[in-house]
Design a protein around this ligand. Structure first.
Ligand code: CTP
Ligand code: MG
Length: 449
């Protein structure tokens, strides 16, 4: 039995926000929820124990009520120090032959690979740490900020968590260390009393600990990079009888989404200029959704692939032309999202919008197109938070250059194999619709790297 222990009982004094950092929101959820989800998804962890700051216990209880976690075993009030909090969790387990994996809640990027390697190492060692090599030279200083010692860098590591132990070993380490609070982690106790060899598993740079206020921005970026690939649900049979509405659904990616959803017996509706729907017109979009609802009695998924791409220097372009591009690309996404909300509230459904790879940096000659795409990503992040408690998810698909009629009309013939197949984008869309992702940028590429 492997118990996962999430230490979330700190006050986050260095983070200096109204609430401790475990309740800071990033990518649509609190840091605490992200960390709980890592444990929920991981197949090696059997039960999760959360140690929480007593005065904020009610926030955790709200989180537990809102979500459907299956592994939460205990919620314990923590102590004044990290050591005390971990001791509280360890001593709450009676099972003789159990193992524990103690993890800082403030590290929401723990990967399944690291957990797997820890579990593997536990077969040989009773104590396992996770650490990364230091790219920087580490120096030891005295109180006057004068260097005392420079240890040889190749032997230096920066400790992370999780730290894993045979329960009986870490219990003994805590017993022997009573009264000594000078520890920042659990391996330190084992090493101090020389109780066992502590094996070090290779950690990951991205497994950062949210500590200072600026770390939350870094965490946000890591979430973006982390979601490079679409999730792989891959069992599209859950699409059966789902009502799927695709704006821009008569050609290109939109058409492929319709076809793939149909293949899995979803009820699909495509709207575009071809059947009199202009996404830049809110009433028009609203009317179409109403018609679908009247026919089907529900709407599960709404996707907006409609967009236009115009080239030209801003100075040279006609203002009406620019306004139309913004109306279709940006207001179109706002219109589709806003008009869908009343229906998706009932089904706890999902919205997909579309970005382009130029969203991260404006591109000359495409200033309006690339800036509308940046705005759509920003919009998605904001709406993911606004809609989180309503159970509506929203994500943005960011495909590489894709072989669509719009692309052909804008760029002409391009080398064979240089473009992404729209079918691949459609698969990423279905995977995302069926996942629990929200507020994410899902990159779709020809090759995964
Ligand atoms: N922790 C805990 N109980 C404590 C202190 C810390 O459970 N009494 C947890 C924190 O919630 C965090 C992890 O241990 O997930 C690592 O500690 P740290 O990064 O130092 O967090 P805080 O103590 O909350 O932050 P600070 O030191 O800035 O106050
Ligand atoms: Mg601390």
């Amino acid at each position: 039995m492997l118990y996962g222990i999430i230490l979330a009982s700190g006050l986050g004094t260095r983070f200096s926000d109204d609430l401790p950092k475990q309740f800071a929101k990033v990518a649509g959820k609190t840091v605490l929820e992200h960390t709980i989800e890592v444990f929920e998804r991981n197949k090696h962890i059997d039960r999760t124990i959360i140690v929480i700051t007593p005065q904020y216990r009610h926030i955790l209880e709200d989180i537990l009520l809102r979500n459907h976690y299956g592994k939460i075993y205990k919620v314990l009030n923590g102590g004044d120090t990290r050591k005390e909090s971990s001791s509280i969790a360890i001593s709450s387990i009676d099972e003789e032959n159990a193992y524990v994996m103690i993890h800082d809640c403030a590290r929401p990027f723990l990967s399944d690979d690291v957990i797997k390697n820890c579990v593997e190492a536990l077969k040989t060692y009773d104590a396992v740490d996770v650490a990364i090599a230091s790219a920087d030279t580490l120096i030891e200083v005295n109180d006057e900020k004068i260097i005392k010692n420079i240890p040889e860098r190749k032997f230096m590591r920066r400790g992370q968590t999780p730290q894993c132990f045979k329960l009986s070993l870490i219990k003994k380490a805590h017993e022997l260390s009573q009264g000594d609070e000078n520890f920042t982690d659990d391996c330190g106790l084992v090493v101090k009393h020389n109780l066992a060899s502590v094996y070090v598993v290779e950690g990951e740079n991205k497994n950062l600990k949210v500590t200072m206020p600026e770390d939350i921005f870094m965490a946000d970026k890591i979430f973006q990079i982390n979601s490079m690939k679409a999730p792989t649900v891959n069992d599209f049979s859950a699409m059966k009888d789902k009502v799927v509405v695709v704006f821009g659904g008569h050609s290109g990616i939109g058409e492929c989404v319709i076809n793939l959803a149909k293949e899995y017996k979803a009820k699909t509706y495509a709207f575009s200029l071809e059947n009199g729907c202009d996404v830049s017109d809110y009433e028009n979009v609203s009317e179409k959704l109403k018609q679908v609802y009247q026919t089907e009695g529900k709407i599960d998924y709404v996707i907006n692939t409609a967009g236009i791409l115009n080239i030209g220097k801003l100075f040279d372009r006609d203002i009406a032309h620019i306004q139309k591009e913004i109306a279709v690309n940006y207001m179109g996404s706002i219109n589709v999202a806003k008009a869908s909300i009343p229906y998706l509230l009932k089904t706890k459904g999902c919205i997909l919008l579309f970005a382009s790879s130029s969203y991260t940096r404006g591109r000359a000659l495409y200033s309006t197109y690339s800036s509308t795409k940046a705005a759509i990503v920003n919009l998605t992040q904001a709406l993911a938070e606004e809609l989180y408690h309503d159970g509506i998810r929203i994500n943005v698909i960011n495909p590489e250059r894709t072989a669509t009629p719009m692309r052909y009309k804008s760029f002409g013939k391009e080398p064979d194999g240089s473009l992404l197949a729209p079918e691949k984008v459609a698969e990423a869309c279905l995977n995302t619709l069926l996942s629990d992702y929200t507020g994410q940028v899902i990159d779709v590429r020809r090759k995964d790297y």
